[in-house]
Design a protein around this ligand. Structure first.
Ligand SMILES: Nc1ncnc2c1ncn2[C@@H]1O[C@H](COP(=O)(O)OP(=O)(O)OP(=O)(O)O)[C@@H](O)[C@H]1O
Ligand SMILES: [Mg+2]
Length: 384
């Protein structure tokens, strides 16, 4: 295992992102708070329902522009208020501050280093972050859309153009579905489908090519990490599952095959009134010691696999951007056994980490005087 015990010497070449301050106004159960964070581990402890995850969520939206808990931004505005704002200060990077404001008229404003963005997608990559929360287990047990979402967020942070292509693809697919309905009623219009298919294949092939490239690197790193945590008893194998049968993986070949396959299934798409193949239908398969993880894996094995995915994601960000992302761990410690907790914490030594837990006392490894511990109670935060 090389990277889990990576010496700090190696890290000198890369920049470690540090969120050193945050200010929240009317964000969920926070009225107005201002906090400073340490470069190492920041622990948010408190009873259930006090605002620990809310605080992680406020940091997360500065990275991805959206919450990991809801697609409705309005839920993040304090019930009694008209808007929320989040301000984070960042050290060690070209981005030194991010500001987000959202109001009940659904106006969202995002500024990076004081400059307002035209589109929220432009935020991608400004603050790299990896989140690990209990719902991430659903990456393995839920349907394919959650796995695609994992991929899409991870790749978009590395490559904002990917996010743009994905938006175009999603828009085009929705428009094509409307056309398919009309063509079913009026088959004479069928020829317009060639135009839609050409455009869809243009964007779709870029997305597939990027995903395959990403998985190719992810699978080795995730397997390496999983093997380490399981003391080399388990082998994790990931694979991208294409709805288009491909022999080669360069973008041009993917596009040609994509168009041909779309032509072959045109009639079926018209009958079903929906786009049947492409990135919106693709999936990732996970196998552990050659068995399908979703069906045969234990809870602990699944947790380890997801943890390994996240560690692999950090490694890819580090290699591709020369920057070490921040790490957000929501309720994760209590779900791992002692050995896995240790493996995780030894890994995060060079990563600024935010951890929520009900009681930090139960985690010996967290008792380091350099860590900051914050008590959270009903939206009030005090540093111990
Ligand atoms: N828009 C909002 N306005 C005001 N309060 C809110 C809003 N959204 C959520 N809350 C409150 O925030 C609290 C939940 O916060 P959070 O999810 O951060 O809890 P937690 O400390 O992570 O708890 P747990 O340990 O159970 O995970 C609840 O009391 C909820 O009522
Ligand atoms: Mg919580």
């Amino acid at each position: 295992m090389i990277f889990l015990v990576e010496p700090l010497l190696f890290l000198q070449a890369v920049k470690t992102l540090i969120v050193d301050s945050i200010r929240l106004e009317n964000f969920r159960n926070y009225k107005d708070i201002e906090l400073n964070f340490c470069d190492g581990i920041n622990i948010f402890q408190g009873l259930n329902g006090q605002g620990k995850t809310n605080l992680l969520e406020s940091i997360y939206i500065c990275s991805v522009g959206k919450s990991f808990r809801t697609s409705k931004d309005i839920e993040m505005i304090n019930h009694e208020k008209e808007y929320f704002t989040v301000n984070v200060g960042i050290k060690n990077d070209a981005t030194d501050k991010i500001f987000i404001r959202y109001d009940r008229q659904k106006q969202k404003a995002i500024a990076v280093n004081g400059i307002f963005l035209r589109k929220s997608g432009q935020l991608m990559g400004a603050l790299l972050c990896v989140l690990f929360c209990p719902e991430d287990l659903l990456i393995l047990s839920d349907g394919p859309s959650r796995r695609r979402r994992f991929l899409d967020i991870a790749i978009s942070q590395l490559n904002p153009l990917y996010y743009y292509n994905l938006q175009q693809y999603t828009k085009l697919t929705a428009q094509k579905n409307v056309q398919l309905k009309q063509i079913k009623k009026n088959p004479k219009q069928k020829d317009v489908l060639f135009v839609w298919n050409e455009q869809i294949a243009e964007y779709g092939s870029k997305i597939i090519a990027e995903r395959i490239k990403f998985i190719d690197v992810l699978k080795d790193l995730a397997n390496e990490s999983h093997a380490y945590i399981s003391e080399y008893k388990e082998q994790l194998v990931l694979e991208y599952e294409n709805t288009i049968e491909l022999n080669e993986y360069d973008e041009r070949h993917i596009k040609e095959t994509y168009i041909k396959t779309l032509e072959k299934i045109m009639q079926r798409e018209i009958e079903r009134e929906v786009s049947l193949i492409g990135p919106h239908r693709d999936d990732i398969s996970f196998r552990l010691n050659d068995l399908e993880l979703k069906k045969y894996g234990s809870q602990g094995q699944k947790r380890t696999a997801v943890l390994s995915l996240k560690i692999a994601e950090i490694e890819i960000m580090k290699k591709n951007t020369g920057r070490i992302p921040i790490l957000l761990l929501d309720d994760v410690m209590s779900e791992l056994d002692k050995k896995r907790q240790e493996a995780l914490l030894s890994y995060v030594k060079g990563v600024q980490t935010f951890i929520t837990c009900v009681d930090s006392e139960s985690f010996d490894q967290l008792k380091d005087t350099q860590n900051y511990i914050f008590n959270i109670s009903d939206g009030a935060v005090s540093k111990l």
